[in-house]
Write a protein that binds this ligand. Structure first.
Ligand code: GLU
Length: 307
């Protein structure tokens, strides 16, 4: 089977060093295996999506030397997510839930900051349908996936190795989408990876713990499970995921400051063990040097663009 990978930016802000390092690995992995790449704009997160961010991300990626073979926009694909949701509902595997985050939090025995919340199943078997839930709550319910007691999912990540999650214990019935018709990240990513023929998902390891839920949905819909390759994130000096408070690492700002794409790619390549510090290299020139083996297992902390 020939390799199909994907780049899946969310237009919630400007493209920065963190996104680009992951995309660089995804691009090199696909191209070094002679594979195809799809570009999928994940623009379903309405309150957080920024106008113009999708076009800007594409422009920045092209400037850096990225290319791809097909382009998709999730907001144009809602009919597919709706169909998948209807199929899960028909199988009794999806139900509407009106619990607030606070309701779910207060049901935890020991909530930990930043951890995924365990859902106690309050709205399981509670409503005949979405409209009834909406009428009761007076706001938009979310859709949850019904997880069987004891459900555990394990997979072998190409980069990180074996990962196992007791989904029933850890998450319970997890959310599928906040949209009436199922247009939300978790369901959409599963539908799209299958529809686009993606054979391997390369993405940041902040999504590792979200993968078992995606595998459960794949199985429920009779879709294949792609390979997974979760790579470490870029973090700031405080060890937290790269963000605005760590200073300006937007690609557009480097470009305005006169830095070349080869300088940016060279610095990121050095962080993956494919180049010396200070080397300037184009993305395509890295193809013969690419290997997953030299990428450090720890998050990458850039110390400036010369780092
Ligand atoms: N669009 C997501 C993000 O930018 C990535 C989703 C995925 O790779 O599955 O965080």
């Amino acid at each position: 089977m020939s390799y199909v990978g994907r780049l899946a930016p969310s237009p919630t802000g400007a493209l920065h060093l963190g996104n680009v390092r992951t995309f660089m690995i995804a691009w090199l992995r696909a191209r070094s295996l002679g594979g195809r790449l799809v570009m999928r704009m994940e623009d379903l997160d309405h309150p957080k999506d920024k106008p113009g961010a999708a076009a800007a991300a594409i422009e920045d990626l092209r400037w850096l030397g990225f290319d791809w073979d097909a382009e998709y926009v999730q907001s144009e694909r809602k009919a597919l997510y709706r169909e998948a949701l209807e199929s899960l509902v028909a199988k009794g595997l999806a139900y509407p839930c009106v619990c607030t985050r606070r309701d779910v939090e207060s049901a935890q025995s020991a909530p930990h900051a930043g951890e995924q919340l365990h859902y106690p199943g309050t709205c399981r078997n509670r409503f005949a349908g979405w409209r009834e839930a909406y009428a009761l709550a007076g706001r938009v319910p979310c859709w949850r996936f019904r997880v069987e007691p004891g459900e555990t999912i394990a997979f072998d990540d190409v980069f990180a190795g074996r990962f196992e999650q007791r989904v029933a214990e850890k998450l319970g019935d997890f959310p599928l989408a906040r949209d009436e018709f199922g247009a939300g990240y978790t369901l959409a990513v599963v539908v799209d990876d299958a529809a686009m023929g993606v054979t391997e998902v390369v993405r940041g390891d902040d999504l590792m713990a979200a993968t078992p839920a995606q595998i459960l949905i794949q199985r429920a819909l009779g879709l294949p499970t792609p390979g997974y390759c979760h790579v470490p994130l870029v973090v700031g000096p405080d060890g937290r995921r790269l963000a605005k408070r760590h200073g300006d690492t937007r690609i557009a700002s480097y470009r305005e400051a006169g830095l070349s794409p080869d300088r940016i790619i060279g610095m990121l390549a050095a962080s993956c063990g494919w180049a010396e510090k200070g080397e300037e290299l184009s993305l395509a020139s890295l193809l013969p040097r690419f290997t997953l083996k030299t990428i450090p297992k720890e998050p990458f902390r850039p110390d400036g663009l010369t780092g």
